[in-house]
Design a protein around this ligand. Sequence first.
Ligand SMILES: Cc1ncc(COP(=O)(O)O)c(C=O)c1O
Length: 446
Amino acid sequence: MNNLLHSALTRALHYRTTLPTRRVYPDADAIHALTGLDEPLPNHPTDPETVLAQLDDLGSPATVAMAGGRYFGFVNGSSLPATLAANWLAAAWDQNVALRVMSPIAAKLEEVSTRWLVDLLRFPPETVVGFVTGATMANFTGLAAARHALLAKQGWNVETDGLFGAPAIKVIVGDEVHASLLKALGLLGLGRERVIRVPVDDQGRMRADSLPPLDDRTLVCIQAGNVNTGAFDPAQEICEQAHQAGAWVHVDGAFGLWALACPPRAHLARGIPDADSWAVDAHKWLNVPYDCGLAFCRHPDAIRAAMTVLAPYLLPTAHPEPSHFTPEMSRRARGIEIWAALKSLGRTGLADLIERNCQLAARFANGLRAMGHTVLNEVVLNQVLVTFGDADTTHRIIAHLQAEGTLWAGGTVWQGHTAMRISVSSWATTEEDVDRCLEAVHRYTK
Ligand SMILES: Cc1ncc(COP(=O)(O)O)c(C=O)c1O
């Protein structure tokens, strides 16, 4: 064990310290070398050091350098040093946090993290948190709580009786709803397409003046952070209208919710804390290792009714248990890295991280405009959409940039325009990184 873990440390240190100089996307040779893994299932044991060596020799060169400063694909954070170190220790602890009795330390860290997060995001003090895999499951969990509460008001117990014959729930989404929220609705039997789509404005924000009639059987799903533009739905107006009608408001804030923790950007999220449930990713902007999302709910009874399982062997206690707020029972103790991130950054460190990323996104946008390219969105947060001309030209340039290796950014089609999406979400990104990437763009577009 001793030599093996030291070897893992040496290899991991080499990986992290060489990130600034390595290609962001692996080259063709490294990807081809992965065929070395296509061997039959071994009949006999392999020495763990040999296992680790193969993983490092073939695996490390074929990784995408998401943990570095020049990866801008999708919305992917990196892992802060404290969270990576906490993750290693947590892996050594190997704790299951379904129940407090399984791991007092893991349960304690989730309890402390819950308190800190609720304070940080200015949510109502009664808010509870489920520590889930990511925003997709956080949306699922918040929507399950909503489904429970709306149907319970109609005298229907959806957990015991299911949805067949249940009173109908009206589900409202913005026209630029994230695909994963629709998936969560589908998983809950509410239907990916059985939704009312509300028109959006020129930044993808739901138009509050176009909401259909709302009532106490309505679930309104809004966004804090459009995946393309970073724009926020007008939460204050929507929450006011919804709550007057007795509707439930759920927020998909996969990355944008963190704006609430950043005073210069918090105005974008005005009214978001008025909602009933919220989904956010910690593996995005809090920069903890994958997989880590958070489902917040200001109605503890609703989320518990949706998620709790009871059995005599599960030792029921008077206290809520971590698994009362999550779809999973056994799971990784995700609160450990959340706690480490919040403890190491503090309120100001997190605000600085978010603000720095937003300013770097603006630097990107300014540099691209200075080269004559069109930035399609108002760069209010960390997302930049740039077009290099027609769709074919834009695709070609994205492909060149991805192959060249200085940076990695993906493509999208937004409101009829083909664009490159730049998402600045890593604590590791610096001004020098952005300038280096702008030079690469210049090389391919001059
Ligand atoms: C707005 C929004 N919602 C949900 C998701 C899904 O998050 P995850 O992949 O962590 O499940 C994303 C991912 O980018 C997102 O941007």
